[in-house]
Design a protein around this ligand. Structure first.
Ligand SMILES: CC(C)(COP(=O)(O)OP(=O)(O)OC[C@H]1O[C@@H](n2cnc3c(N)ncnc32)[C@H](O[C@H]2O[C@H](COP(=O)(O)OP(=O)(O)OP(=O)(O)O)[C@@H](O)[C@H]2O)[C@@H]1O)[C@@H](O)C(=O)NCCC(=O)NCCS
Ligand SMILES: Nc1ncnc2[nH]cnc12
Length: 263
């Protein structure tokens, strides 16, 4: 099977869909800049557009290729250049670093396999994430992710991919016939992802409290935005200046995969 539409464009469209999705407590959406004073909707849209070229190169270099170290190294180099394109477009603001990592793996796997079979794509993306890339710069400065992982033993975006994207799988498997399906899927992510952005800005206790309020909202039959706990969630997020950027990336990646699967 050959995927007809551009995989790279589908990925960019998913990132634009994610930022427009409203409400997303703590995150930038169409009505609020969440816990951010350096980012807004238009910056995210500009950032998403800046990724198209890199995503297209990843798709092209992966076309019908075997999942092996050579491919991992090729997409690593393009991924690092794509990160730099993003920082150029945003004036140095980190809008989509995590999304570049997650989407690049998924785009590469889908293009390599030329299939819309999501299980196969997730397995191949997991395999890629577990392969070594000897070109990762060893001198790179310490990231927020490295700091939090050292302090709290969380595995972050890399761990999520290396474990086969367990949280994306939860979203894909949640297929209830409800009006607020994607809002519930967002709560599922807030309730389960060990988002390093949250602990970097606060601590593990805050992450656990956010997860527990979100799980309660997800498990209730009350529509999410009518749930009194949702107001509590918004208050909590404001109080601790929480930004679940990792959840946002996985939300976009899930939407991307569902659309790819329907191609
Ligand atoms: C392998 C990398 C992922 C390494 O990245 P890092 O060492 O930084 O590790 P992580 O902690 O894993 O974070 C990376 C970004 O991933 C998102 N994220 C966090 N937790 C998770 C999770 N559990 N699952 C999935 N994704 C997760 C998150 O990105 C989003 O948030 C960013 C915005 O955060 P914000 O707080 O607003 O801004 P900051 O500037 O960070 O802080 P403030 O000063 O504002 O407080 C935004 O990027 C979202 O996308 C994490 O930030 C990988 O990045 C890597 O190796 N890159 C090099 C290029 C490469 O080789 N690519 C390979 C292509 S295959
Ligand atoms: N909508 C959003 N708001 C803040 N950080 C993000 N990272 C990815 N998407 C985001």
């Amino acid at each position: 099977m050959q995927i007809k539409t551009s995989i790279a464009q589908l990925a960019v469209d998913a990132l634009k869909w994610e930022v427009n999705f409203t409400p997303k407590p703590g995150l930038v959406d169409a009505l609020s800049n969440g816990s951010h004073d350096d980012m807004d909707l238009s910056l995210f849209l500009k950032s998403a557009d800046s990724l198209l070229d890199g995503f297209q190169k990843i798709s092209d270099v992966s076309f019908n290729r075997e999942i092996d170290v050579a491919l991992r190294e090729d997409i690593g180099a393009i991924g690092r250049q794509t990160e730099s394109d993003m920082f150029q477009a945003t004036g140095g603001i980190n809008t989509h670093k995590g999304a570049i990592w997650t989407m690049s793996l998924l785009i590469s796997a889908a293009s390599s396999l030329q299939t819309g079979d999501l299980e196969q794509i997730l397995l191949s993306a997991q395999k890629l994430a577990n392969l070594p890339d000897k070109y990762i710069p060893q001198t790179a400065k310490r990231t927020h992710g490295m700091e939090t992982k050292k302090k709290y033993a969380l595995s972050g975006a890399k761990g999520e991919a290396q474990a086969g994207f367990p949280n994306i799988r939860k979203v894909l498997n949640y297929e209830q016939d409800v009006d607020d399906l994607w809002m519930r899927r967002l709560m599922l992510l807030y309730g389960n992802v060990n988002d390093t952005n949250i602990v970097y800005r606060s601590n593990l206790k805050v992450l656990e409290t956010l997860q527990s309020i979100s799980k309660e909202i997800f498990e209730s039959n009350v529509p999410v935005i009518e749930n009194a706990e949702f107001i509590e969630l918004e208050k909590f997020v404001n109080e601790y200046n929480i930004s679940p950027g990792g959840c946002a990336d996985l939300f976009a990646a899930s939407y991307f995969l569902i659309n790819l699967g329907e191609e």
